[in-house]
Design a protein around this ligand. Sequence first.
Ligand SMILES: *[C@@H]1O[C@H](CO)[C@@H](O)[C@H](O)[C@H]1NC(C)=O
Ligand SMILES: *[C@@H]1O[C@H](CO)[C@@H](O)[C@H](O)[C@H]1NC(C)=O
Ligand SMILES: *[C@@H]1O[C@H](CO)[C@@H](O)[C@H](O)[C@H]1NC(C)=O
Ligand SMILES: *[C@@H]1O[C@H](CO)[C@@H](O)[C@H](O)[C@H]1NC(C)=O
Ligand SMILES: *[C@@H]1O[C@H](CO)[C@@H](O)[C@H](O)[C@H]1NC(C)=O
Length: 497
Amino acid sequence: MNQSREPKPCDSLTSYAFPTDNKLGEFYWRWFKLVIGFFLLASSLLVFYTTLSSQFHLKCLKCSEPVTNPDVRIGTETVSVEPTNISHIVFGIGGSAATWKNRSRYSELWWRPGQTRGFVWLDKRPSGNDTWPEKSPPYRISADSSRFRGSRSAVRIARIVAESVRLGMEGVRWYVMGDDDTVFVTENLVSVLGRYDHEEFYYVGGVSESVEQDVMHSYGMAFGGGGFAISYGLARELARVLDDCLVRYASFYGSDQRVHACLTEFGVPLTAEAGFHQVDLRGNIYGLLAAHPLAPLVSLHHLDSVVPIIPGRTQHDALQSILGAARSDPSRILQQTFCYDRQRNWSVSVSWGYTAQIYTRILTPKDLSTPLRTFSTWRSYHEGPFTFNTRAWPKDPCDRPLVYLVDRVHDLGKGGTRSSYLREKNETQLSKECARSKQVAALKIETVAVFAPKMRRDEWRKALRRHCCDVHHEARHKNGIKVTIRKCHPSESLSPP
Ligand SMILES: *[C@@H]1O[C@H](CO)[C@@H](O)[C@H](O)[C@H]1NC(C)=O
Ligand SMILES: *[C@@H]1O[C@H](CO)[C@@H](O)[C@H](O)[C@H]1NC(C)=O
Ligand SMILES: *[C@@H]1O[C@H](CO)[C@@H](O)[C@H](O)[C@H]1NC(C)=O
Ligand SMILES: *[C@@H]1O[C@H](CO)[C@@H](O)[C@H](O)[C@H]1NC(C)=O
Ligand SMILES: *[C@@H]1O[C@H](CO)[C@@H](O)[C@H](O)[C@H]1NC(C)=O
């Protein structure tokens, strides 16, 4: 904090008591007072000037309240006077006239007409007879970029950020780029960006989950499908030089790589945030979503390339469930909590709004927080490596968790939420293979009910700590368990029994 820049409380000059020295002549004493007076006046003017030039509120003129610095700097993060909200973000979605009809189902999941601002940028006018979908972002046609060498579409999409800046929209703090199949949780995007000073140079996003992709493209680049944000201060500068810069990187593969290269010329590194998900993964991303890192979920991508995240539903329906849950408590969506049933030696894990798991044995918190590898790498379909640790999906059915998937989320207002999770039908079948009595006993549990307080958004500004939970068995619910989520006590730790 900038304590040192706080001006002193206003003291009037007359309140300073000078010892009158009788040995000094009257003349010298007056002269002395004049010099000191002048000196004090000059320093007050200096303080006043500093106050003005650093945009302090001139509260000291009232002399009643202490001056607070409106931009409190915490590390590299800045808390702005007026909190960042959705209207401060301008989205730039890379689309194309040919595919928008199909892809619009993704943006319609998160776009809020009248609240979210921005455009989907198309290569050409959509065909004449089609009316533009009402729930879609409005469209713009990208400027001609045929003079550039290299991939036409990559250049066009890289230029969206500059074209967005040139629209000169009012009150913009962030330009957020995304693909036409990126799904954003806008509340969490706002939480994340609100931690940074938009006047400074920030480039916020995430790398690919598949190491092979990061090796090929870059470990320092925000992958475009996961979406990335460029602060207003930086976007303005980038827009000025982008076209000249793009010429140098004509041989690059994607638009995200081009933008990254141009930002490198400004010396601006990626600020990685763990909630942006490029989803460069194949198969089932269940394991990742069941053990999400301790960070707000900002985006998901490539959802056409992975199996539906809730079996037996379409991907669109499954996402609707997750985003529906997020509306009740956006900060908590996919936040993992785990606890033990110490009587039965069970481990219970909840990824709020999505899934619950019961293991009929004790796993360490280290294992519980490590994603199960239910997916493979993007390009080579290998078991890894990934940019995070994983653990194998157990071959022995007795070691697998019983899986429960979100059924309903009730918003209890100030009382928090009650969410219920039903055992995955197919899991019954799989678990039947395990004849161990403990597992068979657990199979009676068909539902997991989770009670949770709403998570405060400002928790993301503080030191992070996973929440704690308790497992309850109620005599009247033989086929269900109840889990209550709460903040941990300061000295609480989850030691396995
Ligand atoms: C967002 O903040 C601005 C102040 O910067 C305010 O005028 C506006 O009403 C806020 N919008 C919402 C949706 O809260
Ligand atoms: C939309 O795209 C998906 C995935 O690529 C495809 O399976 C589906 O058939 C497409 N639908 C239409 C209407 O084109
Ligand atoms: C547009 O509408 C006209 C008349 O309704 C029809 O003849 C034409 O085939 C339509 N074109 C497309 C691309 O759907
Ligand atoms: C739970 O585990 C502890 C330690 O391994 C053991 O002593 C206890 O008997 C177990 N309880 C049940 C119900 O399995
Ligand atoms: C159930 O699991 C089996 C084996 O994993 C799989 O082949 C099958 O498609 C699943 N059925 C459903 C309805 O998901």
